[in-house]
Design a binder for this molecule. Structure first.
Ligand SMILES: Nc1ncnc2c1ncn2[C@@H]1O[C@H](COP(=O)(O)OP(=O)(O)OP(=O)(O)O)[C@@H](O)[C@H]1O
Ligand SMILES: [Mg+2]
Length: 397
């Protein structure tokens, strides 16, 4: 369908399903194979996608959902409590069923009356029972799954039920093909471990990172050509944008959208000044995004993190003890550990190589420039002390 000349893409959000999805081919291939295998063998398991904010988890979940629907699976979006709360699960599944029968000839079941086509069976009384009911392959989709370890952490009895449910899903013992696909921040695996799920098949656990060079360029090109109707060769624009976005889906989307809007308003004409304006707007948007991320912390806490990363090359990890020694110095052992966990939970740090890194290289740069602007020279013996002194001075300002 032709797009109207004056629609703007500025209201398309920077999160969720992608307008122009590219890449992630191997993950999608593995997931598709899993679906085929599970439906043939009446089996199932958990497929986990973990990654920093903006890595593209939700967009990927959406692509997986489409794959499953195309293969005839019933799909259902669930929230964490559906793993232990029967009503919650029933609602998620019923919602789906209602959509399926909409406009069709749905039969109404009257409890206790057994006639042709009407079941007199008692409804399932447990989460596990409800999942076992039916034969059709079922895909459960749980986004923001890190909440299982934080805001939606099951307690006591709930945790017992959730562990049991996850166990039967993970081991495929429900007697029906059921796959749970979960996406969440870097602490999600840990949350599943706490509920007793620790071993994932190699192809069922994904640490989602940047897009490949090729996929990133394909996304930008689609935005410029299809959305912005660029006239002429967009290579220079693609290269300049990719240099800024470094394969990071959220940035790719945000910069490309700005470029497309700019071009669309100017009949697709690409100029040097135009590109400059687009990059500037993109950088501004990126800084706002990073600022929102750190706004959940106090300035001194962020400064402390920034100081610990200041001597580290962009995108590279700092050792756990280096970061911790600064935090402990400032806040004491237990507060420091809490703060460190929150940095991970909110996607300001992620496990990487020998230690922990800021997930996006451009965020590393932004963080250190913004909060640790004094240059710190590396001297192994006294680094923590000196950084700490600077931090104290910074806090007095
Ligand atoms: N492979 C891709 N191709 C094109 N666009 C993508 C791709 N992956 C993600 N995007 C786009 O990038 C943006 C960020 O992706 P998404 O919202 O899926 O990230 P996320 O990891 O779920 O982030 P959050 O942790 O904030 O929920 C979205 O607008 C999405 O449509
Ligand atoms: Mg998301």
């Amino acid at each position: 369908m032709a797009k109207s000349r004056h629609t703007s893409s500025k209201f398309i959000p920077d999160r969720g399903p992608a307008r122009y999805f590219h890449g992630r081919k191997k993950i999608l291939r593995n997931f598709n194979e899993l679906l085929q295998y599970a439906s043939e063998k009446t089996w199932g398991t958990i497929f986990l996608i973990q990654g920093a904010p903006g890595a593209g988890k939700s967009a990927l979940l959406h692509e997986c959902e489409k794959l499953a629907e195309r293969s005839g699976w019933t799909t259902s979006r669930i929230h964490a409590p559906a793993l232990w709360d029967l009503d919650e699960l029933r609602q998620s599944l019923d919602l789906r069923r209602k959509l399926n029968v909409e406009g069709g000839a749905a039969k109404i079941a009257i409890p206790g009356i057994a006639e042709a086509g009407v079941s007199a069976e008692l409804p399932p009384q447990t989460v596990k029972g409800l999942l076992q009911k039916g034969k059709a392959p079922l895909l459960l989709i749980l986004d923001e799954a890190q909440v299982l370890g934080t805001t939606n952490k099951p307690s006591g009895e709930q945790a017992k039920i959730a562990s049991n449910v996850l166990d039967v899903v993970h081991n495929g013992t429900l007697g029906r093909p059921v796959v749970l696909i979960a996406g969440g921040l870097g602490t999600t695996l840990k949350s599943f471990e706490e509920l007793g799920i620790s071993r994932f098949a190699e192809d069922c656990f994904v640490e989602l990172g940047a897009l490949s060079r090729k996929s990133e360029r394909a996304v930008i090109q689609d935005w410029l050509n299809k959305e912005g109707r660029a006239k002429g060769d967009p290579t220079a624009w693609i290269e300049a944008i990719a240099k800024e976005t470094q394969g990071w889906p959220r940035h790719v989307q945000s910069y490309s959208k700005r470029a497309a809007d700019y071009l669309e308003a100017r009949d697709g004409t690409m100029t040097v000044n135009g590109l400059r304006a687009v990059l500037k707007a993109g950088q501004k948007g990126r800084a706002v995004y990073y600022k929102q991320r750190v706004d959940r912390f106090r300035g001194d806490q962020i400064r402390c993190l920034a100081m610990s990363m200041a001597g580290v090359p962009q995108g590279k990890p700092a050792e756990f003890k280096e970061i911790m020694s600064l935090l402990v110095n400032e806040y004491g052992e237990s507060k420091a550990k809490e703060l460190f966990d929150r940095f991970i939970e909110k996607g300001l740090l992620e496990e990487s190589g020998i230690g922990y890194a800021v997930p996006i290289p451009s965020m590393h740069t932004w963080l250190t420039e913004e909060y640790a602007s004094e240059k710190i020279e590396f001297q192994p013996d006294s680094q923590s002390d000196r950084i700490s002194n600077k931090l104290n001075r910074g806090m007095e300002r």
